[in-house]
Design a protein around this ligand. Structure first.
Ligand code: FES
Length: 158
């Protein structure tokens, strides 16, 4: 069962109360739990950590990692950092966009969102992607198609 936002948020606020320097861990934990950081939580987070709403909002919007809306059912992240670029990573980006119909870092298409990431720690095995959080290295266009099909199948059966 997916926890309600307040069921998740309350213990996090209690754990990090008064510790402004723990904003990032709180935001990571919230997103890990709920899939995104609901903007409605900003006032409560700010009050609990003795920060302004603008400060909390600024951190959420500064880091590309944080979502302010629920993610689509399938999320593809394609590494665009140097090692992956040097091994046809941008050609893989073009293939992923063509295969999904979604523009990278744009709106999802048919339940698939495609996002840029900058290094997944698999530089020696580039290019690398994640699909719904699962890491894959040495991804060719053909392998991507197979991985995406498997991930979509899994989503359909959840
Ligand atoms: S540069 Fe792509 S995994 Fe490191």
């Amino acid at each position: 069962m997916v926890p309600t936002p307040h069921a998740t948020l309350a213990p996090l606020l209690a754990r990090h109360a008064g510790r402004a320097h723990e904003l990032l861990p709180l935001l990571h934990a919230l997103q890990d739990s709920e899939g995104y950081v609901d903007p409605a939580h900003v006032p409560g987070i700010a009050a609990a950590l003795n920060l302004s709403r603008a400060e909390v909002h600024g951190v959420i919007t500064f880091y590309h990692h944080f979502r302010s809306a629920p993610p689509p059912p399938t999320v593809v992240q394609v590494c665009r950092a140097e090692a992956c670029r040097s091994r046809d990573g941008e050609a893989l980006v073009a293939h992923v966009e063509a295969a999904t119909g979604a523009h990278i870092d744009g709106e999802p298409c048919q339940g698939i969102g495609v996002e840029s990431v900058y290094c997944l720690g698999q530089c020696a095995l580039s290019p690398a992607v994640t699909i719904n959080g699962e890491l894959h290295a040495r991804v060719s266009p053909a392998r991507f198609d197979a991985l995406l099909a498997a991930a979509r199948e899994e989503v359909a059966h959840d």
